[in-house]
Design a protein around this ligand. Structure first.
Ligand code: AMP
Length: 294
C-alpha cells in the first residue's frame, strides 16, 4: 500500500510508473468504500498493473444544504480494506487545499459539459456536474492514468465524463461497470450508511421501480410516460419514499423522450429521498427491435 497525500508526489509517482512501462489505472472515489468500489478496483487490476484509487470528498460537487460536511469519511478502514485486497495499490488521498490551491472560492477554472446536465440529477443539483467534471479533470492530470474506471450506478456522471474526455482530448480510456447491488437489489452506495434499518429495508423500492421500467420497455412499451408511470406506481407503494425525479431520457444526450424507438438506447432513472438521504438508481435499456420489420 502506497499512500500519497500530495499532488506533486502523485505526479512524480505516475511519471515514474509510466517511464517504467506500466499501464496506469485510476479509480476515482469519495471513500467510505463498499463492494461497488471494490468491483471497480478488481476491474482495474484486470486492465493495468499500476492501480491508483483516489479518495477525495470533493467540496465543489456539493450544493448548499447538501451533505458535504456529514458525508462519511472512513479513510483508515478504506486503507485497510484496500490493503487486504491488493497490497500494491496506490491510494491518493489529497486535502482540499492540495486539489484546490488557494481554496475553492478563489478557483477560476472549471470544466462545464453543456446540455448533458439539463435533466436528471443535474436539474436538481445545479453545479454538481461542473464540480464532478472539474475534479475528475484534475485527478486525470495528477494521476496520469491510461485507463479510468467509473460505475454506471452514477449513469449521468458516466455519460458526462465520457463526453468530457472525448471533447477535451484526454488521452485516457474510460471504462464503465454495471451497478453492484445488495442481495435484495438495493444499489450499493456510501450514503446507504445514513439509512435507519427501517429505511434500509424499504429503500429497495428504488431498484424495484427501475426494474419495473426495464420490464415495461422489454415488454415493448412505446410511450415514455407509460414507462415512468409504472416506475412511479412502484414508488407510490412505499410511503417513506419521496421521489425527486423519475425520468426516461435518451442515453446519448440525456434529453427526455416521449416515444421509445426500438433498438435505441434509453436511460431510466430515479432519485428518491428516504428521510434526509437521497439515493439514485438507473438502468440503460434498449427496447426490443420491431419484430415485424426483422
Ligand atoms: P463515489 O465514491 O460514490 O463517488 O463513487 C466512486 C465510483 O464508484 C463512481 O464511479 C461510482 O459510480 C462507483 N460506484 C458507486 N457505487 C457503485 C455501485 N453500487 N456499483 C458500481 N459502481 C459504483
Amino acid at each position: 500500500m502506497h499512500l500519497i497525500h500530495n499532488v506533486s508526489e502523485m505526479q512524480r509517482h505516475a511519471d515514474a510508473a509510466r517511464a517504467a512501462g506500466k499501464r496506469l489505472v485510476l479509480v476515482p472515489t469519495m471513500g467510505a468504500l463498499h463492494e461497488g468500489h471494490f468491483a471497480l478496483v478488481r476491474e482495474g487490476l484486470r486492465n493495468g498493473n499500476e492501480i491508483t484509487v483516489s479518495i477525495f470528498v470533493n467540496p465543489t460537487q456539493f450544493g448548499p444544504g447538501e451533505d458535504y460536511s456529514r458525508y462519511p469519511r472512513t479513510l483508515e478502514d478504506d486503507l485497510e480494506r484496500l490493503h487486504e485486497m491488493e497490497s500494491a495499490i496506490t491510494v491518493f488521498a489529497p486535502s482540499v487545499e492540495e486539489m484546490y490551491p488557494g481554496g475553492t472560492d478563489t478557483n477560476l477554472s472549471w470544466v462545464e459539459v453543456e446540455r448533458l446536465d439539463e435533466h436528471l440529477c443535474g436539474r436538481h443539483r445545479p453545479g454538481h456536474f461542473r464540480g464532478v467534471a472539474t475534479v475528475v479533470a484534475r485527478l486525470l492530470n495528477v494521476c496520469k492514468p491510461h485507463v479510468a474506471i467509473f460505475g454506471l450506478k452514477d449513469a449521468q456522471q458516466f455519460v458526462i465524463l465520457n463526453r468530457m474526455v472525448k471533447d477535451l482530448l484526454f488521452d485516457v480510456e474510460v471504462i464503465g461497470l454495471p451497478t453492484v447491488r445488495e442481495a435484495d437489489g438495493l444499489a450499493l452506495s456510501s450514503r446507504n450508511a445514513f439509512l435507519t434499518p427501517e429505511e434500509r429495508s424499504r429503500a429497495v423500492v428504488i431498484a424495484r421501480a427501475v426494474e419495473a421500467g426495464k420490464r415495461a420497455i422489454e415488454g415493448g412499451a412505446r410511450r415514455a410516460e407509460d414507462v415512468t408511470a409504472k416506475m412511479r406506481d412502484i414508488l407510490a407503494g412505499e410511503p417513506r419514499a419521496r421521489p425527486q425525479y423519475v425520468e426516461l431520457v435518451d442515453a446519448a444526450m440525456l434529453q427526455p423522450i416521449s416515444e421509445i424507438t426500438p433498438g435505441r438506447e434509453v436511460l431510466a432513472a430515479a432519485a428518491v429521498f428516504f428521510g434526509q438521504t437521497r439515493l439514485i438508481d438507473s438502468a440503460f435499456l434498449r427496447s426490443p427491435g420491431d419484430l415485424r420489420k426483422e
